[in-house]
Design a protein around this ligand. Structure first.
Ligand code: CMC
Length: 429
């Protein structure tokens, strides 16, 4: 017999079931609350509300645990590859050798974009942010593939999923090439997913391009670490938009827009801009930390703090180590890394950050790696989006398989005027 919670409102008592997840997380199931009491719950920012049951990703924010389909992120970071992690998230288990070959082969064969996409990107202003371009381009896939938009047809889902993962790297690379006025480079399908992405970004028709394996491995690792993070802002957006029964491309396009914000994935660009500001304006790390303590939400210590992690972000630990390894392997010394380390050391000892349990998050060091391998800052969040794609897809698929599926439709507490009659224009003052 399930545990029950008793809620007493206006002298009326109601019993609500307590549900428990496989890792012991507990929730009060309030589904019959409004119909039986007329009352709703109010939870700004959804900090206390579970929107779904999910078997994809587990996070324990107090202990700093992150697992995809039960596998610790540390093990995936050490042994897996981004495409294998994509398979794991989407299909629920690690692939056999033949399953992986077939999945990777299908993704590889769909990397090319319709030629009309060249005009699509060409129509954007040259300084269009790559996230604006990627969100628009992913949304536009639904115009290019009207034959595969049914969110309940398994064959159409399969083809859309493969197309989306495959074409995302081509679209992100085109967005970048457009912004620097260089010709679009076609995918080279004898290369790995990440190598293909990087050659489309960094090669040009005039020079021989050689990809440093250190760079390829670093980007693969970053994509793995970004691949899913349960019900964060962009994933919840994908689920909410998807719940209207819209197609996968449109739902993911909304997720890309949500990720762009500086409180979410856009923080990686903001971190590097913050480090550059400290370097270029000769401010000390200590002065910047003092400024961030007084700041409003737009001028915080970027790359610090997390809604769920209140001890440490396990992705950050992996990224920090990778950051030192990559820079050493490339023989690069950057002032930005020195500033980042100093900022981290100061903030971790500062009462303001300690009391609020603010620790460096996944975005704090990722930009330093991207910067060291020559990626422009405005591409960082598009790289994050490429990594997050399998998570969005897996969550969208799980939504549609959920026996509790419903269109998402939160309620509100109305605080506006009570009935207020229309006044004709000539009688208004
Ligand atoms: N710098 C300075 N103060 C901060 C910071 C920060 N980075 N983050 C939170 N605070 C303060 C905030 O001002 C508030 O103080 P007070 O209680 O005195 O009003 C307190 O800490 C709690 O902040 P909150 O905004 O209520 O916390 P939240 O859980 O709603 O926000 C967050 C989480 C990630 C949006 C926030 O920590 C933040 O804006 N961080 C900087 C942006 C960032 O790095 N985002 C990337 C998140 S990880 C990547 C991903 O999205 O997956």
């Amino acid at each position: 017999m399930a545990d029950m919670a008793t809620l007493v409102v206006d002298g009326q008592s109601i019993e609500l079931p307590v549900v428990e997840g496989s890792e012991g997380e507990r929730a009060i199931d309030i589904r019959k609350l409004r119909s039986e009491t007329g009352i709703i719950t109010l939870d700004p920012g959804f900090a206390n509300s579970g929107a779904c049951r999910s078997a994809i990703t587990f996070i324990d924010g107090e202990k700093g645990i992150l697992r995809y389909r039960g596998i610790p992120i540390e093990e995936l970071a050490e042994h897996s590859s981004f495409l294998e992690v994509a398979y794991l998230l989407i299909y629920g288990q690690l692939p056999s050798g033949s399953e992986f070959d077939s999945f990777a082969g299908s993704i590889t064969s769909h990397t090319m974009l319709h030629e009309d996409f060249k005009r699509f990107f060409g129509a954007l202003p040259k300084d269009a942010h790559p996230m604006a371009a990627c969100s628009a381009a992913v949304g536009a896939l639904s115009a290019f593939y009207p034959d595969s938009l049914d969110p309940r047809d398994p064959r159409q889902i399969e083809i859309s999923v493969h197309r989306l993962i495959a074409k995302m790297i081509t679209m992100a690379a085109y967005a970048y090439k457009h912004s620097i006025g260089q010709p679009f480079m076609y995918p080279q399908n004898d290369q790995s997913y990440v190598a293909n992405f990087l050659q489309m970004m960094f090669s040009n028709p005039c020079e021989k391009f050689e990809l440093d394996p250190v760079v390829e491995k670093a980007v693969d690792l970053l994509l793995i670490l970004h691949a899913d993070h349960e019900q964060n802002c962009s994933t919840s957006t994908v689920r909410l938009v998807g719940s209207s029964m819209v197609n996968l491309f449109s739902a993911v396009s909304s997720g890309i827009s949500a990720l762009w914000g500086p409180s979410h994935g856009g923080a990686n660009q903001k971190v590097i801009e913050m480090l550059e500001e400290i370097r270029d304006e000769g401010i000390t790390a200590r002065e910047f930390v003092e400024r961030a303590k007084k700041a409003d939400t737009t001028d915080r210590l970027m790359g610090f703090g997390h809604r769920v992690y209140k001890n440490f972000d396990p992705r950050m630990k992996i990224i920090k180590k990778a950051c030192f390894d990559v820079l050493e392997n490339l023989g690069v010394r950057t002032k930005l890394l020195e500033i980042a380390v100093e900022l981290e050391e100061i903030a971790l000892k500062d009462d303001y950050f300690v009391e609020r349990k603010l620790y460096p998050n996944v975005d704090f060091y990722s930009g330093v790696i991207y910067n060291a391998i020559g990626t422009p800052a405005n591409m960082f969040t598009a790289m994050f989006a490429t990594g997050r794609l399998p998570g969005w897809i897996a969550q969208w698929m799980e939504l549609h398989e959920d026996p509790d599926f419903k269109i998402g439709r939160p309620r509100q507490i109305y605080t506006g005027k009570q009935v207020n009659h229309y006044v004709p224009l000539d009688q208004r003052r």
